[in-house]
Every structure is written in C-alpha cells, then in structure tokens.
Write a protein that binds this ligand. Structure first.
Ligand code: FAD
Length: 336
C-alpha cells in the first residue's frame, strides 16, 4: 500500500537499537516510522531468547529477554510512531519533493515510505532459521516443527526431539525439563557439543536419570506423521543404523542465516561482510542522511551488545535530528 506521508526519520528494524532510536527521536519531537520484517518488535532478544535472563544491560541487574524488550517497546513507542510490521525493506532512493530532499524506502509489501533521514538498526539483517536438509521439511512448519522456543507452555506435556549442538539446543533441553514430557531426545550430528560445558554436563547427568536421551553422532533423516508430527527417523552416522524416535514436537535449533539482503545493494560502505561502516562519532554512514546503530553498525573495535546499540541509537537519533533541522548536535535531558 502506498503511503506518501513524510516523516522525519524512518527506522529500519525494531530490535533494542531501533526501539531506542525511536525513543530518542520521539523525545526530540521528530516524527518516526519503524519498518520491521518480523511480525513482532524486540529483534533477536524476542525472536531467539525471550525466556533467557540478561544480566549486562545498564540499570537491569537481571531481566528476562521478553521483559526487557517489552520495556524497550513501552519506552520506544510512547510518542506514537507509525509501526509497519511484517515488511522487509527492499529499495532506497533519493527524491526531491516540494523543494525538500527525501529518502524513499520500499518494502516487499508497501511503500514508498518517505523521510528526511534513515536510521538502519537491522541487526544481522532479516534473519531466517537454518533448516534440516530434508526435502519438503517446510511442510511440517506449524504441524509440530519449530525453529524457536517462544513460550515454554507451547511444549507442555509434549514429547520433544531437539536438534542442534550449540547453546540454544542445550539450554532448551534443560529449560524444557519442567514443561515437556520426558525424556527429551537431543540429536546432534557430531560427537562433541559446542555449548557451554556446564550445560553439556547437566544434560549428561539428566541422561543418567532417564530425563534426556542424547543421540550423537546422529542426524534426522525423515519426519513421519498424519498431519501432525508423530516421529522422526534418526541415523547414527558412525554405524549407519536407523532408529525411530516418537515425538510430537521437533525443535531444530541450528542457528540462523542472516544477511543484509537488499540493504547491501544500496551503495553503503561495509565493515567486513555483515556490518555497515559508520563514523562512530555521528553514526552516519557514507550515504548522507543515512545512519546506522546496533549490531548492524561497524567500526574498528565495535562490540555488539545491547547497551552499545542503545548508545549508538542515541547518537544516531540526535545527529539525524540536528541534521534535519540544520542545528548543532545538542542532546536534551529527558528529566522533567
Ligand atoms: C542467544 C543470544 C544471547 C545474547 N545475549 C546477550 C546479552 O546477554 N547481552 C547483550 O548485550 N547482548 C546479547 N546478545 C546480543 C543482542 O541480542 C544484540 O546485540 C541485540 O539484539 C542487537 O540489537 P539490534 O537492535 O541492533 O538488532 P536485532 O536485535 O537483531 O534487531 C534487528 C531487527 O531488524 C529487523 N530487520 C533486519 N533486516 C530487515 C529488513 N531488511 N527489513 C525490515 N526489518 C529488518 C530484524 O527482523 C530484527 O527484528 C545475545 C544474542 C543472542 C543471539
């Protein structure tokens, strides 16, 4: 749907950095539109680890991921930005309208969205889970195949097979112990897990109690069911032996493919393959009026943490506002 209304700042991505940028822009009385490819705000925190605790965000000694991004959303959306969910940004153009230089963004579903500045807070890009290499695997999505654990309750009394060798696979093998029906089968294609040793040791201890069944080196070869998943065939890749494991939830935690996608075609200078190079003193990219903050923004020595992204969001928003208004950069305190 076309939307010709011009806002001061378009924010691309509604993770912690994008929500912080929306707050700082709104606080400076700038109008904002947020475009987010997922159907929810909260970025990686909401999508990947909503139920984990985070300990290193300033002012929060211990906070659950989802609770943190709920607070970020409450703060970031308080000035009523136009929020477009489920739209992946595709093109960026410059145009002149009524004597004003504008940036025009289109998405796979909408636009053009016009603004005076753009802040890219796209994290690792629009991310997609890595999938099992089984033909037609997508057909099981929504029928017992999961790529995330968003709510533990969705797995209450379900028999789960978890696939993966990293922290997420181990964390949920342990984290679903009080929710899923045991034993939880943990399938990994290698002998050794990449996850934290303490988690692996705990899973092995639970195996001794019959609450976890560790299958290594195994790979899932087939999914069976009658509309919903009922079992998987796994292969011991060392011996070639096949085994059928009953389950009604198959949770594959194999990481994500993420790439900047269309954003990489906009003529932005990159820092390595995955980040947009910014001047950290302004957060501006090589394209005038285009800023970046958070995981997507790169410069030598960059640390990709929530706190850092929030700080960059403040720099980007204040610089964008100053540039739009032709003013000196002068942040304003929020206290009243
Ligand atoms: C398992 C795990 C644990 C972590 N633990 C911590 C921790 O303890 N402390 C800490 O500080 N950090 C932690 N991090 C890192 C932290 O989550 C990131 O630094 C933070 O989420 C970055 O925020 P962001 O807003 O820059 O990007 P993201 O959170 O990645 O959000 C970017 C958003 O942009 C959207 N987007 C991307 N491309 C497009 C597009 N083309 N069009 C529209 N929307 C788009 C994405 O869908 C996404 O919602 C952890 C990360 C993981 C994976």
């Amino acid at each position: 749907m076309a939307d010709e209304s011009v806002v001061d700042i378009t924010i691309l991505g509604a993770g912690p950095a994008g929500l912080a940028a929306a707050y700082y822009a709104g606080h400076r009385d700038a109008s904002v539109r947020i475009v987010e490819s997922l159907e929810q705000v909260g970025g990686q925190v909401a999508a990947v680890y909503p139920e984990k605790h985070v300990y290193d965000v300033a002012g929060h000694p211990k906070v659950q991921g989802q609770a943190l991004v709920d607070l970020c959303a409450e703060q970031g959306l308080q000035y009523g930005p136009d929020v477009r969910l489920g739209e992946e940004v595709q093109t960026l153009e410059r145009l002149s309208q009524n004597g004003e230089e504008l940036l025009s963004v289109t998405t796979d579903k909408g636009g053009p969205y016009l603004s005076r500045a753009l802040i890219i807070t796209a994290g690792h890009g629009a991310f997609e889970p890595r999938k099992l290499g089984i033909e037609g695997v997508e057909a099981w999505e929504g029928r017992g195949l999961h790529y995330f654990v968003r709510e533990k309750d969705a797995f209450r009394d379900r028999t789960c097979v978890i696939v993966g060798g990293g922290d997420s696979a181990l964390d949920w093998t342990l984290g679903l112990q009080d929710t899923a029906r045991g034993p939880i089968a943990l399938v990994h294609r290698r002998d050794k897990f990449r996850a934290l040793e303490t988690s692996v040791n705990e899973a092995q201890r639970l195996q001794g109690e019959g609450r976890v069944k560790i299958l290594t080196p195994y790979e899932v070869r087939e999914i069976h069911g009658d509309g919903e998943i009922r079992a998987v065939t796994v292969e011991n890749t060392a011996s070639g032996e096949l085994e059928q494991v009953e389950c009604d939830a198959l949770i594959t935690l194999l990481g994500f493919h993420s790439h900047l996608g269309a954003i990489a075609e906009w003529g932005l200078e990159l820092e390595g393959k995955r980040q947009i190079r910014i001047d950290p003193t302004t957060c501006e990219t090589n394209l005038p009026g285009v800023y970046a903050a958070g995981d997507v923004a790169g410069y030598p020595g960059k640390i990709t943490l929530i706190t850092i992204g929030m700080g960059e969001a403040a720099i980007a928003a204040n610089n964008a506002v100053a540039s739009i208004r032709g003013e000196k950069v002068q942040p304003k305190y929020s206290t009243d």
